[in-house]
Design a protein around this ligand. Structure first.
Ligand code: CAA
Length: 378
């Protein structure tokens, strides 16, 4: 395996890197104050970033999976908020329709999602069904040519801002995971109630909301795949989605390492830059080694996926390791900055707050270990 990017991938990297520096960096403060970057998403749509891997005949850019991971990685170096918005929109907001939707559903939703006209969200987690996603309680009952959905969802990324929600509800509770079905619910459907907007430790510009489905009626045509196929749709897309979150975590870790290295070269104590003092130099060396290892795991999983090869275990390994690396590297970056690192004057405290959730969402680190061990025991 070689991890050399192609010319096309390098062009994508440079384009996203420049866009992030020029357009997103000036928005970071606004996002920190809680503003949702709708304007940026529109520009990303114009650049083809909202449908990087979406086939061209469905209005997307038709690029390979590694290019998509490069984009999340680059965006997240500047703003982890943009990384998670794009990852959720693409991996679990759009791809379920591309892979499991019928022709009508694809034509109706995918071009708009790829253009950034629509934003996608994924509604699996419930108050009592987080890691144990298969125990969800939401129900969907068929009534003529409609389904009626009732239930509650929590921690829905892009919720409230999204136009298209992929919703999981049971159509046959006695069948447990085999009774779960997936549905497409449009924003504004009566009975889809947008609830509390969570006040989070980090990722302030991203939306994380509670949703209630109160006799929410949708056309029966909005069933995604077959009845009972929902859990597999969720799992299959999460497998791949986890590589996106791993790339986001990698971006945070790289940003933290870069900031700490630059600061350590400038900051003079005891008559010389702290980077040249072994205590700090070794810390930077350990941070750089972990970041490089995470990079290899992330791009190895992406490469497998790009080639259409199984990547469930590798995706979980990438997420497990990259998220840990993001947290550790951000903690150490704050340490290198000393007192200044604990203030809002430098970005490392933001990296520190943004990093933690990468060990929690899209499957906690404990769930990644469960998935990896299941693969080992197969
Ligand atoms: N692909 C396809 N099918 C799969 C699969 C996969 N990766 N994993 C499991 N399945 C199938 C199994 O084959 C099985 O099918 P059969 O009944 O036909 O045999 C069925 O699903 C049930 O499998 P398990 O018995 O293994 O399921 P489980 O109940 O033990 O759960 C789990 C497995 C891995 C723990 C799963 O519940 C899980 O991933 N939990 C974490 C949930 C999660 O990641 N949530 C993230 C929410 S989205 C988010 O966070 C986005 C964001 O905001 C950033």
């Amino acid at each position: 395996m070689h991890l050399q990017f192609t010319d096309e991938q390098i062009m994508m990297r440079d384009m996203v890197r420049n866009f992030a520096q020029e357009k997103i960096q000036p928005w970071v403060e606004r996002m920190e104050a809680g503003e949702f970057p709708r304007e940026i998403l529109q520009q990303m749509g114009e650049l083809g970033l909202m449908g990087i891997t979406t086939p061209e005949d469905l209005g997307g850019s038709g690029m390979d999976f590694t290019s998509y991971i490069i984009a999340i990685n680059e965006l997240s170096k500047v703003s982890a908020v943009m990384g998670v918005i794009l990852s959720v929109h693409t991996s679990v907001g759009t791809n379920p329709i591309i892979y499991f939707g019928n022709e009508e559903q694809k034509k109706r939703y995918v071009p708009k999602l790829a253009a950034g006209e629509y934003l996608g969200a994924f509604c699996l987690t419930e108050p009592s069904a987080g890691s144990d996603a298969g125990s969800l309680q939401s129900k969907a009952v068929k009534d003529g040519d409609e389904y009626v959905i009732n239930g509650s969802k929590v921690f829905i990324t892009n919720g409230g801002e999204a136009d298209v929600y992929i919703v999981f509800a049971s159509t046959n509770p006695t069948d447990k995971t085999r009774g779960i079905s997936a549905f497409i619910v449009e924003k504004g459907t009566p009975g889809l109630i947008i609830g509390k907007d969570e006040q989070k430790m980090g990722l302030h510009g991203s939306r994380t909301v509670q949703l209630t489905f109160d006799n929410c009626r949708i056309p029966a045509d909005n069933l995604l795949g077959e009845e009972g196929e929902g859990f597999k749709i969720a799992m299959a897309n999460l497998d791949v989605g986890r590589i996106g979150i791993a790339a986001q975590a990698l971006g945070i870790a790289e940003a933290a390492l870069e900031a700490a290295t630059a600061y350590a070269k400038e900051r003079v104590q005891f008559g010389k830059p702290i980077a040249t003092q072994q205590g700090v130099g070794f810390k930077l060396a350990d941070m750089a080694t972990a970041v490089e290892s995470a990079k290899l795991l992330v791009y190895r999983a992406a490469d497998l996926r790009a080639k259409g090869l199984p990547c469930g275990a590798e995706a979980s390994m990438a997420k497990l390791f990259a998220s840990r690396t993001a947290v550790q590297t951000a903690i150490e970056a704050v340490q290198v900055f000393g007192g200044y690192g604990y203030t809002e004057d430098y970005p490392v405290e933001r990296y520190f707050r943004d990093a933690k959730v990468t060990e929690i969402y899209e499957g906690t680190s404990e769930i990644q270990r469960l998935v990896i061990s299941k693969h080992l025991l197969k």
